[in-house]
Design a protein around this ligand. Structure first.
Ligand SMILES: Nc1ncnc2c1ncn2[C@@H]1O[C@H](COP(=O)(O)OP(=O)(O)OP(=O)(O)O)[C@@H](O)[C@H]1O
Ligand SMILES: [Mg+2]
Length: 333
């Protein structure tokens, strides 16, 4: 049996899709190391994320991927190796053939870095495909060699905005704004409004539980933090309206860049995109009302992927399962 997987090595989350088997892993892209004489892996994924802010000096928490790109090759290799070991087929010693999503426009040296990290994780072989093509395929966009589509993948550390066809990326940018920027803005907002200091995990939970771009929606969430003046722990109940503007602020910036990319497209491409609408993917696109908000402000239909946070890996699995498609879209290192 062939062991083929598609991997989306995101700055926030790693998703592994087993061809023929579905999503077999979705965990935070985090490693915790024991900083002894030999740097040993203490925890990866969910377990490592739970250690954030709670560890003593002996533990180092590493996010090996930042803004969609590997910044720590060794940590990335260790993380991927641990993730692959969690997947059952790997336990029979069947090393996987990996289809990996990479940011657009990497040079050869940067691609080699991915190759080294994955080889150290013990993969059989690796193919590279540029991220927006996979997110488009995984969002069921009608993309072919002659039909371009416009994809906005709003992730944790970055947002990929691109017009793509199966021939490649027509125009695109990768900006360092995403869900993490919303969390950071929420932290500041809670500090200002309630005099309360909260951590990034709390800000993220608040965003996921009550964040919305439906201005009139009212939900509440209770959060714990530290009183800035007195230093004591304190909890407050936050209504969704309070975090509407941090969310809107970040998405407005993203949509402004999307508008700029769109305005520079060749006329034929632009006409095709206007008639099909844009496609939204990435975990941050799960905020309720994102597609409607986009359509309203940009006057273009927005199609939300069925599984926004998994779209990239789903697209990867479609390519990994189709040899002629793979030949068409893979990048040669
Ligand atoms: N239901 C939800 N509502 C709002 N935000 C969410 C939800 N689920 C996940 N997110 C946010 O989505 C972001 C992660 O998205 P995703 O998994 O697409 O990122 P990534 O691919 O790891 O990052 P990048 O593409 O920047 O490298 C995080 O900021 C997370 O808080
Ligand atoms: Mg991503």
């Amino acid at each position: 049996m062939k062991n083929a997987v598609a991997i989306d090595l995101g700055s926030a989350n790693t998703v592994i899709y087993q061809v023929g088997g579905g999503v077999v892993l979705s965990e935070p892209s985090v490693v915790a190391f024991d900083v002894g004489s030999k740097k040993k892996v203490k925890a990866v994924g969910k377990e490592a994320k739970n250690l954030i802010g709670k560890t003593a000096d002996g533990t180092e928490i590493v996010f090996p991927v930042v803004e969609g790109q590997i910044v720590d090759e060794k940590a990335a290799g260790a993380m991927v190796e641990n993730f692959l070991n969690k997947i059952s087929t790997n336990k029979f010693g069947l090393r996987p053939q990996v289809l990996l999503s990479i940011p657009c426009g990497l040079d050869n040296a940067e691609i080699k870095q991915y190759e080294r990290a994955f080889n150290s994780a013990g993969v059989y072989g690796i193919d590279f495909v540029e991220s927006p093509i996979l997110s488009a395929l995984g969002s069921d966009a009608p993309i072919t060699t002659s039909t371009p589509c416009f994809i906005i993948d709003i992730g944790g550390g970055s947002t990929n905005i691109a017009a793509v066809s199966l021939d490649g990326v027509i125009a695109g940018v990768n900006i360092g704004i995403g869900g993490n920027s919303i969390d950071a803005t929420i932290i500041k907002c809670v500090e200002r409004e309630y005099g309360l200091k909260i951590g990034s995990l709390t800000a993220e939970k608040l965003k996921i539980s009550i964040g919305s771009l439906y201005e009139n929606e009212v939900n509440y969430a209770q959060i714990n933090g530290r009183d800035i003046a007195g230093g004591k722990p304190r909890s407050v109940t936050v209504p969704s309206g309070k975090i509407y503007s941090p969310i809107k602020h970040v998405l407005d910036k993203i949509f402004e860049v999307a508008d700029m990319v769109m305005s520079k497209l060749p006329a034929e491409v632009s006409a095709e995109i206007r008639s099909n609408g844009v496609y939204l993917a990435g975990g941050t696109a799960k905020i309720p009302g994102v597609a409607e908000y986009f359509s309203r402000t940009m006057a273009i239909r927005a199609n939300l992927a069925e599984y926004p946070d998994l779209a990239n890996a789903i697209g990867g699995s479609k390519v990994a399962a189709n040899h002629s498609l793979l030949k068409k879209v893979r990048i040669h290192a």
